[in-house]
Design a protein around this ligand. Structure first.
Ligand code: B12
Ligand code: SF4
Length: 507
C-alpha cells in the first residue's frame, strides 16, 4: 500500500447480527477506487475494531481515516476511536461524513480531533479533498466541505448540485468481499432468507420540518434509473445470493414511473421488497401501478404518517397534501392490494401548553386506533419527537424557545440520555413530562400486544392469541399505565418492529 492510503470505518451500529451491507462506506470507497488505496474496517463485523484500526495505522501507510457517523450507537466507536487516533497517530487526517457529522458539524469540528466533515454527498468532495491534501493544493473551495481556518473558524462551503446517480461508479463489492464475505451481510428478515440492503436515491424533495434529511439535501432528490437499480440487484443476487430487498432510500417512491419500471423488471425474479415513501405521493399512484408493485413482490411500505391532525401536519410542513382522512383512506387502499402499510407516528411535538401536548397525545392514540380498525394489518411504529437542527424552520425556533439545546461538547453525545435521545425513545425535550412519555410508551406496549406484528415469524398463533386477549381490556378502554403483564409476555415472546434500531425488518 502507498503511504497516502485511506482507512474507511463503519462504526458498530447494531449489537446483534442484524448488520447490513455498509452502503455509506461502500459509496465513498467507490468514489476513491482507482485513485487511492483503501482498506475497510466494519465495526459490525469485528469483535474489537480498534485492534484492527490500530494495526492498520501502525503500518504507517495510512494518511487518512474516514468514518461514517450517524447519530446513536455509532458514536460509541466513532468518538473514542477518532480521539485515540489523534493521540497515537497525530499525522493521520481524520475525516467524518454521514448524517450526524453533517447535521452536528459545529460540535464535531470544535472537537479538535476531527479535521474535516463532508457535508452530504461525498462522491466528489471526498476524492477532491484527498487529492488536494496529498498534493498540498488548496481545498478551501471544495463544495460540500466543512473545514477550519487557522484561527479555528468553522467554514461551511456551498453545496454541490446532486449528481446524476447513474454516473456514479459501481460499488466495489468484490473488494469488500475480500475483507468481509458479502453473503454474511445478506440477513434473514421477514422479507426473505437473504436480504439485500440497497440505496437507490439520495435526498428527498420534501421539507418536513422535523426531518434530518432536510438540512442536508434541502429538498433535492436524485435517483438511479430503474434499469441501474435492477442491474445492481441482479449483480448482487447472481454473485452473492439474495431473495429479498430492503431499499434504504429516504424516499424510494418519488417517481411513479421509476417504481413501475423497476417493478416490471424485478417481477420475474421472485423477490420480495420493502421501501420507505410518502402517503401523499403513493396515494396518487394509479391502481395499475400499485398492482405492478404488489405483483413484483412489494410486501410492505414504510410511510411517515406522523399525525392524524391536519393542523399538526401543516405545522410540520407535511400538510397541504397529506391529511388525516387521506392517511386512513390510504391504509384501506394499500390493504386492498395486499401491501402492508407500515405507518410511523411522531408523538410529542412542541405545543403551546402542557394541556395541549397531552390532548395531542390522546388524539393521536385514538387516531391510530381508528387506522387499526380500518386496516388491522397496518403496522404501527411510534417515535417520540427528537429535534434535529433544521436551522431557520419555525419548529426548530419553537424548540429553542422552549429551552432545548444540543450538547456543547462532542463527548457529551456519549451519555446514555443523549443516546436515548438519538434512538427517539426519550427525547429530553422540556415540554414532554415523564407522565406523557409513560403514556406513549404504555400505549406502544399495549398496541403491540393487541396486534402482534406480522413481521415476527417466530411467534406462534397460541402466543398471539394469549397476548391479544390479555391486552384487549387495556386497549379498548385506553388503560396504558404499568402494563407489566404485557411487558413480561413481550419479553419472552414478542419482537415487534423497531426499524433502524434493530435493523429494518429483522427476523
Ligand atoms: C442503513 C441505516 C441504518 C443501519 C446502520 C447501517 C450501518 N452503517 O451499519 C441501522 C439499521 C442499524 C440504523 C440505525 C439507526 N439509524 Co439509520 N439509517 C440508515 C439509512 C436508512 C441508510 C444509510 C445508508 O446506507 N445510506 C446510503 C449512503 C450511500 O448514503 P449516506 O449515508 O448519506 O452517504 C453519503 C454521504 O452522507 C456521505 N458520507 C457518509 N458517510 C461518509 C463517510 C465519509 C468518510 C465520507 C467522506 C462521506 C460520507 O457520502 C455518502 C455518499 O455520497 C439512513 C437513511 C438514508 N437513506 O441514508 C438512516 C439514518 C442515517 N439513520 C438514522 C437514525 C436516526 C438511526 C438511529 C440512530 C435511530 C433510529 N431510531 O432510527 C438508529 C441507531 C440504532 C443503532 N443501533 O445504531 C437517521 C439519521 C437522522 C439524524 N438525526 O441525523 C437516518 C438519516 C434516517 C432518517 N431519515 O431518520 N440506520
Ligand atoms: S418525506 Fe420523509 S424523508 Fe422527506 S423530508 Fe419528509 S420525513 Fe424527511
Amino acid at each position: 500500500m502507498k503511504n497516502n492510503s485511506v482507512l474507511l470505518f463503519n462504526p458498530r451500529a447494531v449489537s446483534n447480527k442484524n448488520y447490513r451491507i455498509p452502503n455509506s462506506i461502500l459509496q465513498v470507497a467507490a468514489a476513491i477506487e482507482g485513485k487511492f488505496e483503501w482498506a475497510v474496517v466494519d465495526g459490525n463485523r469485528e469483535q474489537d475494531p480498534w485492534e484492527k484500526i490500530e494495526a492498520y495505522l501502525k503500518t504507517g501507510k495510512f494518511k487518512f481515516f474516514g468514518s461514517t457517523v450517524m447519530p446513536g450507537p455509532q458514536l460509541r466507536q466513532a468518538i473514542p476511536f477518532t480521539k485515540k487516533i489523534r493521540a497515537q497517530f497525530p499525522e493521520v487526517i481524520n475525516i467524518w461524513g454521514g448524517y450526524f457529522a453533517s447535521n452536528q458539524y459545529k460540535v464535531v469540528m470544535e472537537s479538535d480531533f476531527v479535521d474535516f466533515v463532508i457535508n452530504g454527498p461525498g462522491d466528489h468532495a471526498f476524492p477532491a479533498l484527498l487529492e488536494a491534501l496529498s498534493n498540498n493544493q488548496p481545498y478551501e473551495f471544495i463544495p460540500n466541505l466543512i473545514w477550519k481556518t487557522e484561527k479555528k473558524e468553522i467554514i461551511k462551503n456551498s453545496k454541490e448540485t446532486l449528481v446524476d446517480q447513474d454516473t456514479l461508479p459501481d460499488y466495489p463489492y468484490a473488494k469488500l468481499n475480500e475483507y468481509y464475505p458479502i453473503e454474511k451481510y445478506l440477513r434473514p428478515t421477514h422479507l426473505g432468507k437473504k436480504t439485500i440492503a440497497y440505496h437507490s436515491s439520495l435526498g428527498c424533495p420534501f421539507t418536513c420540518s422535523f426531518c434530518a434529511v432536510v438540512p442536508i439535501y434541502e429538498a433535492r432528490w436524485k435517483g438511479k434509473s430503474a434499469k441501474t437499480v435492477y442491474n445492481d440487484i441482479k449483480f448482487i443476487k447472481e454473485n452473492y445470493g439474495g431473495d429479498a430487498i430492503e431499499f434504504h432510500d429516504n424516499n424510494f417512491f418519488v417517481s411513479e414511473k421509476r417504481t413501475v419500471e423497476f417493478s416490471n423488471l424485478i417481477a420475474p425474479h421472485n423477490m420480495t421488497w420493502w421501501g420507505e415513501g410518502r402517503i401523499d405521493t403513493i396515494y396518487k399512484y394509479k391502481d395499475d401501478s400499485l398492482k405492478a408493485m404488489r405483483d413484483s413482490g412489494c410486501k410492505m411500505i414504510f410511510l411517515g404518517a406522523e399525525s392524524g391532525n391536519d393542523k399538526i401536519l401543516d405545522n410540520i410542513d407535511k400538510g397541504g397534501k397529506q391529511t388525516g382522512e387521506q392517511i386512513k383512506e390510504f391504509a384501506a387502499r394499500l390493504g386492498s392490494f395486499g401491501i402492508i402499510p407500515e405507518y410511523s407516528f411522531v408523538l410529542g411535538f412542541p405545543g403551546l401548553s402542557e394541556q395541549e401536548v397531552t390532548e395531542q397525545i390522546e388524539a393521536e392514540i385514538n387516531f391510530i386506533k381508528e387506522v387499526k380498525s380500518i386496516n388491522p394489518a397496518t403496522e404501527i411504529i411510534i417515535y417520540l419527537y427528537s429535534p434535529v437542527p433544521t436551522e431557520g424552520s419555525d419548529l426548530y425556533q419553537k424548540i429553542l424557545d422552549a429551552g432545548f439545546s444540543f450538547p456543547k461538547k462532542l463527548e457529551d453525545w456519549l451519555s446514555p440520555s443523549w443516546e436515548n435521545f438519538d434512538l427517539r425513545k426519550n427525547p429530553l425535550t422540556p415540554w414532554l413530562t415523564p407522565k406523557m412519555v409513560d403514556r406513549v410508551k404504555g400505549f406502544e406496549t399495549v398496541i403491540n400486544a393487541r396486534f402482534p406484528t406480522s413481521t415476527d415469524a417466530k411467534i406462534t398463533n397460541f402466543q398471539k392469541t394469549v397476548m391479544k386477549n390479555v391486552s384487549a381490556f387495556r386497549y379498548n378502554y385506553n388503560i396504558f399505565k404499568y402494563p407489566y403483564e404485557l411487558k413480561v409476555l413481550q419479553k419472552f415472546w414478542l419482537k415487534y418492529r423497531q426499524p433502524e434500531i434493530e435493523g429494518f425488518a429483522s427476523e
